[in-house]
Design a protein around this ligand. Structure first.
Ligand SMILES: CCCCCCCCCCCCC/C=C/[C@@H](O)[C@H](COP(=O)(O)O)NC(=O)CCCCC
Ligand SMILES: Nc1ncnc2c1ncn2[C@@H]1O[C@H](COP(=O)(O)OP(=O)(O)O)[C@@H](O)[C@H]1O
Ligand SMILES: [Ca+2]
Length: 510
């Protein structure tokens, strides 16, 4: 049986005395007053300790070490509310302890480092980092070098950094080059850059497994490498929907501590050829037109979407189409159940039990054999048709395209917006920016699905598809991100209590 590490000592922080305790999953320190009474305790899960250094160490504004032999510094994750966003900001906390002897100091640093390894086994040692210097406001390089690289260095992570010189360079690198020794791949950029990494890693994994991505019936192999996203793009939807905030430091800390968030991926085929993979918005009609229009105005940066959205809305278009879908099991969850997929979500973990560790077998089973229900077909004129494997929340729409969608349940939400008068459609769009229910409109339908074939023109995570007739299939938990889902600050939960998870692990939408 594994012996639990426990260490308890009286240590000093400045001129205050503390009782520091390392036990099991937690490291905590309590100020003790002159009469030996306990004051405030700070408790940090060992998995959230970023690093332990001998001496008195600072990393900001630059690294400095005062090499004293009785001191040690602990860096850890500190949370703060993010104001407008739903998730929590993570910041680097720091505490400098003084020990009565060097022997005790060495005991503390050794025990803490051992505990770190034991309690967070997915911490990366070596990362491959791709920076898109032209994403978003073109600040990718600066964001990485000033905010992220010092944290990686502090955590002892070595990174191989590639600043891309062309589109698809990151994807091609992942498909062809030696990836031995890397624990994960990090992209610094937006959803387009993430999509390159996604395609490279899924493609490489299938190549190595001898599987054909062109076969829509094949059970794809899950990717062994984790993906980290440092947001530096225009929409940054995948980051927002998996972390809850667009903040490079928060994302870097999730990478460092080796958080792991599985993600559903939708494969998009035409006839017997793979077109793309999608995790967020696969959208026809309005969203396809906005993307096509926005590509002409890339020079505007992120504002191109606001401009193009307005222009496309004013053009007042609708499209004839046929959409068929295979509904998911309604007993498991529904897109109208008013829950949210948050960190530790039980709907996703129930699926996890079935998918891991033999995910390929069960993915195949869920999609082909064990799945109840029949194909449903709808035909008519649509303003837009969207399929999303996750909520697709982003700063423009904090609850997202489908607020109750799940990151890793093996399903996607299909949103059908029938042709309607312009003000009705504006109401639908506007509701995305607030907490009002965009599905509670007579011309909107939402279905939780496993597969969809359709005829249209598509925006696939920010890329235009050349074909209109497509077959989509959701592959549960095909990739894993360095993230943990959204941690909510002060939310109202199913049980009615604040800041207390309900038994389902989900919370009511505010
Ligand atoms: C009257 C107010 C209207 C507001 C409408 C708000 C609806 C917003 C939903 C946005 C969902 C975004 C899903 C993510 C899409 C991205 O993959 C894609 C590419 O992003 P990037 O690589 O960072 O450029 N972004 C888009 O397709 C932009 C859609 C904007 C629609 C207005
Ligand atoms: N060096 C480069 N030059 C031009 N395009 C690039 C480069 N690196 C990546 N790209 C492409 O730029 C597109 C947009 O990148 P992204 O980082 O998502 O920014 P944004 O969110 O502003 O669209 C992606 O599709 C990606 O393939
Ligand atoms: Ca899903």
């Amino acid at each position: 049986m594994e012996t639990e590490l426990r260490l308890e000592s009286s240590l000093w922080v400045g001129n205050k005395r503390y009782r520091a305790v390392l036990s099991g999953w937690h490291f905590n320190w309590t100020e003790v007053d002159k009469k030996n009474r306990d004051k405030k305790t700070i408790s940090v899960p060992v998995a959230e300790v970023v690093g332990v250094e001998e001496g008195r160490v600072e990393i900001l504004p630059r690294k400095s070490v005062e090499d004293t032999d009785k001191d040690f510094t602990v860096f850890y994750v500190k949370r703060s509310s993010s104001g407008s966003s739903y998730g929590l900001l993570w910041r680097l906390g720091r505490i400098q302890f003084s020990c009565p002897s060097r022997v005790l100091r060495d005991q503390w640093t050794k025990h803490l480092r051992t505990a770190l390894k034991t309690h967070s086994p997915l911490r990366p040692n070596r990362l491959l980092v791709f920076i898109n210097p032209f994403g978003g406001k073109k600040k990718g390089r600066k964001i990485y070098h000033s905010l992220v690289a010092p944290l990686f260095e502090l955590a002892g992570i070595s990174s191989h950094v590639i600043v891309t010189e062309r589109a698809n360079q990151a994807r091609d690198h992942l498909l062809k080059k030696d990836l031995k020794g890397f624990d994960g791949v990090v992209c610094v950029g937006g959803d387009g850059m993430f999509s390159e990494i996604l395609h490279g890693l899924i493609g490489r994994t299938q190549q190595e497994a001898g599987l054909s991505e062109n076969d829509p019936t094949v059970a794809l192999q899950p990717c062994p490498l984790h993906i980290g996203i440092i947001p530096a793009g225009s929409t940054d939807c995948v980051c927002y929907a998996t972390v809850g905030v667009i903040d490079p430091v928060t994302s870097a800390l999730h990478i460092i501590i080796g958080d792991s968030q599985p993600l559903d991926v939708c494969s998009v085929h035409q006839a017997s050829a793979l077109m793309r993979y999608s995790v967020s918005l696969l959208g026809y009609g309005f969203y396809g037109d906005v993307l096509a229009e926005s590509e002409k105005h890339r020079w505007m940066g992120p504002l191109r979407y606001d401009y193009s959205g307005t222009m496309v809305y004013l053009s007042n278009r609708s499209y004839a189409g046929i959409v068929q879908y295979l509904p998911a099991d309604p007993l498991l969850s529904s897109p109208r159940d008013r829950t949210r997929c948050l960190s530790g979500c039980s709907v996703c973990s129930r699926t996890t039990e079935r998918l891991f560790p033999h995910s390929s077998v069960y993915t195949s089973c869920l999609s082909f054999c064990a799945f109840p229900g029949e194909w449903v077909s709808v035909e008519g004129r649509f303003r837009c048709v969207s399929l999303t494997c996750m909520s697709s929340s982003c700063p423009k729409s904090p609850l997202g395209l489908s607020p109750s969608a799940h990151l890793a349940d093996g399903t996607g939400d299909l949103i059908l917006v029938w042709d309607t008068h312009p003000l009705g459609f504006l109401k639908f769009l506007y509701r995305h920016t607030s907490t009002q229910d965009q599905f509670d409109l007579p011309f909107v339908e939402v279905h939780r699905v496993k597969r969809v074939p359709a005829k249209s023109v598509w925006n696939c995570d920010g890329e235009i598809l050349s074909s209109t007739e497509i077959l989509c299939r959701i592959h549960g938990q095909l990739v894993r991100l360095y993230a943990r889902g959204i941690e909510e600050g002060a939310a109202v939960h199913n049980c009615g209590k604040e800041n207390d998870k309900c038994q389902m692990g989900c919370t009511l939408i505010k």
